[in-house]
Design a binder for this molecule. Structure first.
Ligand SMILES: [Fe+2]
Length: 292
């Protein structure tokens, strides 16, 4: 009885109990105007998730200067239109996106607890990409969002000159950091690294190239957390302490370390529709002046 109530709570209530997280990130030069970045990730949208779509539509009211989507946006062949519609006027703002593995591969019914003892990377190796990821990308690109999958660019965000580099999902070995490698430009106002899976091998390269704010998703914050112990897994190589939220990476205490924000994400796989002590979220990151 208690476990049934817990399942009902985690699948019906907490899974639809969306949270807006907010952090300040001190990466701008002294005297710079703030930059508001809305970070969304891991919507795993299916056309029936009306509460999720309704909440996404409210985020335009935050008036972000830039929207960053770190992937796993869809989980259904007919989800592209609803996802773009839910973004709505956010698409008229500057935006950046990368894909996650679940934008390419439709979800399969599997034991949802399996990720406690193995990652899902090897499962995708035998699959054929069968979701309309190209249509999804075309929808965001045609609105003017930058496709950052193994690509690098300068984008204008208000009066700020932002250098952006991103990789496709390393979880399925689609990342090609060599295509974007090279020192970040110190004359840019912000240097932003974007990826789906926050794998240390990728994070280390962004850090070595001087990108000072790294945005990722994928972990779902562990999706299930136990009170007092935090997430059980990250489903990638980073430590459980970094599974969600804003931290310095890797966390040695050096001032030169980049900031890493890992989104706990908006959704879940349709076949693991539970969240426990890990509410679905979007995050407003306000970049402010740091200490020079
Ligand atoms: Fe995901």
């Amino acid at each position: 009885m208690a476990s049934a109530a817990g399942l009902g709570y985690s699948s019906v209530i907490e899974r639809n109990w969306f949270a807006l997280r907010q952090h300040e990130v001190p990466v701008l030069r002294p005297g710079s105007a703030p930059v508001r970045i809305l970070h969304i990730s891991d919507a795993h949208l299916t056309p029936g998730r009306h509460r999720l779509m309704s909440w996404l539509r409210t985020l335009e009211a935050l008036e972000p200067d830039l929207v960053v989507n770190t992937g796993d946006s869809i989980a259904h062949p007919q989800a592209v239109g609803p996802f773009l519609a839910a973004l709505g006027p956010l698409l008229d703002r500057p935006g950046v996106f990368v894909y996650g593995s679940n934008d390419l591969y439709s979800p399969k019914p599997r034991n949802p607890a399996r990720y406690l003892w193995r990652t899902s990377a090897e499962e995708h190796a035998r699959d054929v990409d069968d979701l309309p990821w190209a249509d999804l990308g075309a929808g965001m690109e045609s609105a003017g969002w930058f496709n950052a999958n193994n690509r690098r660019a300068r984008i204008k965000v208000g009066d700020h000159d932002v250098e952006v580099a991103g990789v496709h999902d390393s979880h399925i070995a689609r990342d090609r950091y060599e295509r974007i490698a090279g020192a970040a430009d110190p004359s840019a106002d912000v240097r932003l690294g974007v990826m789906h899976s926050p794998e240390p091998a990728v994070l280390d390269q962004f850090a070595a190239d001087g990108f000072e704010l790294l945005l990722a998703g994928h972990t779902h914050g562990g999706q299930i957390q136990l009170p007092g112990t935090g997430p059980l897994v990250t489903n990638c190589g980073i430590s459980r302490e970094l599974a969600s939220g804003l931290h310095r990476y890797p966390g040695t205490g050096a001032d030169s370390e980049p900031w890493l924000h890992v989104s706990a994400g908006l959704g879940t796989s349709p076949y693991a529709p539970v969240r426990l002590c890990c509410r679905p979220e979007a995050t407003l990151l306000t970049l402010v002046s740091g200490i020079s």
